[in-house]
Design a protein. Structure first.
Ligand code: T68
Length: 838
């Protein structure tokens, strides 16, 4: 191997301009970057140029840590988590990096001394919205915690050119715009074209005998696509560890146009290039649904193959044999989107590296761990065998082979059980044939986990029951968590200062230290400060609403908020039923003394999900009526905040009084917004679903507004032929709500607009809104009463924050590391340049 030449860098200068943290150095570096990177001088520079100059200044200060981290992992051949996810919903990077570097205040001062405003610059950043919702955001929180806990890790995913669409509103309906997040450049990524790899697609396979007379298979693809990695630094909180998020961008291989070009088919050649680059063009905008589209399968194999080839490159560069793959890497599958990795690793080991099947299978089975994120049947991924075989002919053979061995294993443990074989087979043969990705993930992984206690229990009892009976030792629960760096320190600086003043700042890394707040509950001046901070945050949000929605909301009113993807199972429309109930009461009795409320909604609907889009139209239509009825006055306001994303979320959680977590029990695997709200002192109204159950256990039932059926009661009610019509007939308030909707009172007299929604509620009500309605209304009355007693409310709010320690993603990641990954942490010392050149 070549030895690297000794670098002759003037360390003193590099030190000063690129790593120095004094205010003066920061200012000099900022102006230097404005000139040399943006090519602007202050008079011509836009706020976005200033943002870029600051981003590069901060990135320079990450690089030494990043390189030292990579050097240490290489030297020590550290065991590494490869976190494979089709989505990473990172949110803006600048503010978070300032927090984790510990230079937020200093940079704020430097920027002010230059006559600029840090908030304005932070606001310039286009967020990388490379995810749909909870699953993608969880991956981002986990990267933050892995770095903070000094766990060597690589996030692997897709560098979508267009992330989740931007949501607009037209006449109260959702409209979608493409998310051109890369338009003005992305200062956080570094392309690594020298580590590009090739991915094969289509074509056919053929058998041959190798030089040793062994039977081998080669795959002659129809198309080859190049994957180019783009790296983003992931800095831990006030620590040297800086891990990597490696996202793959699809390009046509250099030789793409060779034949077509020479035969004069220029446009054909360009067409081929376009079709290759389509692979990383756009994120599929579905949450908890699988559409079964061919391009989606191509995206999956694309990023999975690139990532596994990259891991093999790293292994071989460290002079480790392939037999040590599962010692060097543990590969976490974030749902089944990367589950094709089980077949792809087998293909790489057997076909490309000549390892015998049985040894390859041992390596594979010891390498993967699978996290399930949903119980929704429509989200379970299955690929038509026909489509799968056309795109991945070799993988289909490998899946059949794995299945053959696997079903033998099942038969040995459960003889004469044909039904079980049919249910567990990797191939669904009940009608059109499908490859079942969850089954492949279960067979090919050494660990399988759900994301909250109830969810894991339901997986074991229900969705993955057969696999639980076969492999009980593989199953475990890992309740989700969220990072307090982004969702407290960065989003809620006022609260952060109060907490630091009161209990010190150790809670940022040890969230359970928030317990120390419990004694302050008795301190009236502390309670007063707590209340004032919430009021100030609500005031900020009210200003945002005024500017974006033109609606005046009263910061003294109760801020009652539901923000998350729009989905029938999440039941945004249950909250609407409550709003109309209150509205009807006010219409009937204009002098009624009610607790003033501001109802806030935010969330995107999948573009093809008509019912979800109709729910948005319902919210905006009810808002139009309620907000403009003089009989209501300022007592009720309804606002739909458009384009809910990470950036907006950071403004919302700190301003919430009430967090709506109202999914039908047994449907929300965990939820993570529920945690972000409660950490910021919101009280929860919620069902016994997902992590709500564990939040309620932690904060105490007296500090949580519970309502609704349990998962077991839901199951029983559904089994006993539920009839929503009976609830409608027997509950006068519910009947009035539905009758007003039917009459067109919220649709300008048009009785047809909401008919699909009303008909579905009256005839099926799949998510039992009517069954839970009365219990929800009663719980909301308790909320209103509690809010009138300010002292009581503030106490409950403080106790919510104080008892949220469990829901730090640091706790989740520590559990993954101890129970699944077996990855020791690795301390990073900053290397000097001399050491890097060795
Ligand atoms: C969410 N799942 C769960 N899926 O709904 C939520 N699906 O309860 C949980 O807290 C969260 O995962 C984290 O565990 C999703 O977000 C998707 O976004 C998704 C994306 C593509 C295809 C299917």
């Amino acid at each position: 191997m070549q030895t690297a030449p000794k670098l002759q860098i003037e360390t003193a200068r590099v030190e000063d301009d690129r790593t120095g943290l004094s205010i003066e150095t920061l200012k000099r570096a900022f102006l230097d970057n404005l000139f040399y990177i943006q090519g602007k001088f202050p008079r011509l520079a836009t706020q976005h140029d200033y943002y870029m100059a600051l981003a590069y200044t901060v990135r320079d200060r990450l690089l030494q840590r990043w390189i030292s981290t990579a050097a240490t992992y290489t030297e020590q051949s550290s065991r590494t988590v490869a976190y494979l996810s089709a989505e990473f919903l990172m949110g803006p990077q600048l503010g978070n990096n300032l927090i984790n570097l510990g230079i937020y205040d200093r940079v704020q001062q430097a920027i002010e001394e230059l006559g600029l405003n840090l908030d304005t610059l932070l606001d310039q950043e286009e967020e990388p919205g490379l995810g749909n919702g909870g699953l993608g955001r969880l991956a981002a929180c986990y990267l933050d915690s892995m770095a903070t806990l000094e766990i060597p890790s690589l996030g692997y995913g897709i560098r979508y050119e267009f992330g989740i669409f931007k949501q607009g509103l037209q006449n109260g309906w959702q409209v979608e715009f493409t998310d051109k997040w890369l338009r003005l450049g992305n200062p956080w990524e570094i392309p690594r074209p020298d580590w590009a790899v090739q991915v094969k697609l289509g074509g056919y396979t053929e058998a041959y005998l190798d030089a040793n007379g062994h039977y081998r298979v080669r795959w002659i693809p129809r198309q080859v696509v190049k994957g180019v990695p783009y790296d983003t630094p992931i800095l831990g909180y006030q620590i040297n560890t800086c891990n990597t998020l490696r996202l793959w961008s699809a390009q046509a291989p250099e030789s793409f146009d060779f034949e077509a070009f020479n035969s004069g088919d220029y446009l054909g050649a360009v067409q081929e290039k376009i079709s290759s680059e389509n692979l990383s063009k756009v994120l599929y905008p579905n949450d908890n649904v699988s559409q079964g589209k061919q391009l989606r399968l191509a995206q999956q194999i694309f990023f999975v193959s690139c990532s596994l080839q990259d891991m093999i490159r790293i292994l071989l560069r460290q002079k480790l044999p392939l037999s040590e793959f599962s010692q060097k890497f543990t590969v976490q599958l974030n749902d089944t989107h990367p589950a094709i990795a089980v077949a792809e690793l087998m293909r790489l080991l057997v076909d490309e590296h000549g390892i015998a099947w049985d040894q390859a299978w041992d390596i594979t089975r010891n390498s993967f761990a699978y996290t399930n994120h949903t119980l929704m049947p429509e989200a379970l991924e299955r690929w038509p065998v026909e489509m799968f075989g056309q795109m991945l002919p070799r993988h289909l053979e490998i899946v059949y082979e794995i299945n053959h061995h696997f079903l033998d294993e099942v038969r040995a443990k459960f003889p004469d059980d044909g039904d079980r074989i049919r249910r567990m087979s990797l191939i669904d043969e009940s009608g059109e044939r499908f490859v079942r990705m969850a089954n492949l993930a279960c067979v090919g992984s050494y660990a399988i986990n759900g994301v909250a206690a109830l969810h894991t229990e339901l997986l074991q009892k229900d969705v993955l029951h057969d696999f639980y009976q076969l492999y009980p030792e593989k199953f475990n629960n890992k309740t989700n968590g969220v990072t307090p760096r982004r969702f407290m320190v960065l989003s809620n600086p006022r609260l952060t200062h109060l907490l630091n003043d009161t209990i010190g700042d150790s809670w940022v890394q040890h969230l359970d230290h928030l317990q120390k707040l419990e004694t302050s509950v008795e301190d009236a001046s502390f309670r007063q400060r707590w209340w004032e901070i919430k009021q100030a945050n609500k005031h900020d949000l009210a200003t945002y609403i005024q500017a974006h929605n033109g609606i005046t909301v009263d910061p003294e009113s109760l801020f009652d908020i539901q923000v998350k993807r729009i989905h029938e199972y999440k039941r945004q429309h249950l909250m609407v039923l409550h709003i109309i109930t209150l509205y009807n009461r006010l219409k009937a009795n204009p002098n009624l003394d009610i607790t003033p409320r501001t109802f806030l909604f935010g969330g995107k609907a999948a573009p093809g999900y008509m019912m979800a889009k109709l729910i948005i139209k319902l919210i905006t239509s009810v808002a139009d009526v309620v907000n403009n009825d003089p009989a209501v006055g300022d007592r009720l306001k309804v606002v739909f905040l458009k384009n809910f994303n990470v950036k907006l979320a950071q403004h919302i959680y700190p301003a919430a009084d009430l967090s709506e977590q109202v999914s039908m029990a047994g449907k929300e695997a965990s939820g993570t917004g529920n945690m972000k709200f409660a950490m910021n002192g919101a009280l929860t109204i919620g069902t016994l679903d997902g992590a709500n159950i564990e939040i309620r256990e932690e904060v105490g039932p007296e500090n949580f507004f519970l309502f609704g059926l349990t998962a077991a009661e839901v199951k029983a009610l559904k089994a006993s032929s539920y009839n929503p019509w009976n609830y409608y007939q027997s509950n006068p308030e519910l009947k009035e709500v539905i009758d007003r909707l039917k009459a067109g009172d919220f649709s300008g007299g048009n009785p047809d607009l909401f008919r699909p929604l009303i008909d579905s509620l009256l005839s099926w009500d799949n998510y039992l809104l009517f069954a839970d309605y009365q219990s929800y209304i009663e719980a909301q009355e308790k909320v209103s009463q509690a809010y009138r007693d300010r002292d009581r409310w503030v106490r409950m709010s403080i106790l919510n924050t104080a008892r949220m320690g469990k829901f730090s993603s640091d706790r989740s990641i520590a559990e993954y590391a101890a129970d699944i990954w077996q990855t020791p942490s690795v301390k990073i010392e900053l290397t000097d340049n001399a050491r890097l050149s060795r």
